[in-house]
Ligand binder design. Sequence first.
Ligand code: HPA
Length: 268
Amino acid sequence: MYEHSLQAAEWIKAHCSQQPEIAVVLGSGLGALADAMTDRQVIPYREIPHFPISTVEGHNGNLVFGRLGGRHIMVMQGRFHYYEGYSMKELAVPIRTMKLLGIKTLLLSNAAGGLNPDYQIGDIMVLEDHINLFPENPLRGKNDERIGPRFPDMTEVYSKRLRDLFDQVARENHIKLQHGVFVGWQGPSFETPAEYRMLHLLGADAVSMSTVPEAIIARHAGLEVFGISVITNVAKAREENSHQEVQDAAGMAQPRMTLLFRELISRM
Ligand code: HPA
């Protein structure tokens, strides 16, 4: 599978003149950050050898290269989820391709359900840590030492340095943040009320169907990782969940998220 990432990276290098050091993955309804970039070069996933194609509404399927906050970045506008049927090995391809392109830092975002009763729709939560409840670990199988170690350390998945910097940016801009533990849920069904309660009891503050595999794959490859959740629905509401509601609530938070990411990137 590493060969797939090598071929994808070679193809991208041949088709794109930019050399970003920072990558951003945009979650459901959070695609707008890519519109704030300048000097954009858009490459549809379907053109890149071995890249999966996102099948979910609200997820465009593009790699966008360009500048934001004075830095060269690349953005995954639309991500791949385990529930779409991709194997964990397929999910690893874009992240390992980033590493091969020279990316040092990965910023992850997602739309998530709030488990912590203090959270409100539209809140932005900084990921302090995660719990992997996916049925597999993405590193299961023979380890490729060219990528990373057999038993990667997970003490600090989400960089303390970047969390502190992000907090500082939010304070200066009077933007409220939450800080919490994220849990990855395979989906695609939303949680039952009992499952929401269980996840909170386990120690999680927000839940979503992505991010954890990407964070593990990225840490294995030695990338510095940072992540936020936009809270799009709250477990305590006991109202029906829908993908539309998730996208609408994510839309509310997009201007704040774009500002925070732009500032973070400019100070990194
Ligand atoms: N559960 C799982 N994934 C989600 C949720 C949720 O409540 N909201 C947005 N993504």
